[in-house]
Design a protein around this ligand. Structure first.
Ligand SMILES: [Zn+2]
Length: 86
């Protein structure tokens, strides 16, 4: 029985395609460059790293898919980027 579940799960995960976020994608809250795309049943939201963290408890409960590219932020701006709490 377990054999069938394996290939089914694998095919589902590989069909998920996402468009990389660009500099033209902006946070819906503050207008900064977006690094997180949240796909909802009714549309999608874009967040910067700061607001993604702030709203994560809310959108993770309802999101169909969360595209997190905050690792790119760290690569481009250093480990301290977006770490400020205020
Ligand atoms: Zn923001």
């Amino acid at each position: 029985m377990e054999r069938g579940i394996g290939w089914l799960y694998g095919s589902v995960t590989t069909t998920t395609t996402t468009t990389p976020l660009t500099a033209a994608d902006r946070c819906d809250r503050c207008g900064a460059q977006a690094y997180v795309r949240v796909v909802l049943p009714v549309g999608e939201l874009l967040f910067c790293a700061h607001h993604a963290r702030e709203h994560a408890p809310k959108f993770t409960a309802v999101a169909e898919h969360v595209q997190d590219e905050t690792d790119r932020l760290l690569a481009e701006h250093g480990a301290g980027a977006g770490a400020a709490s205020s």
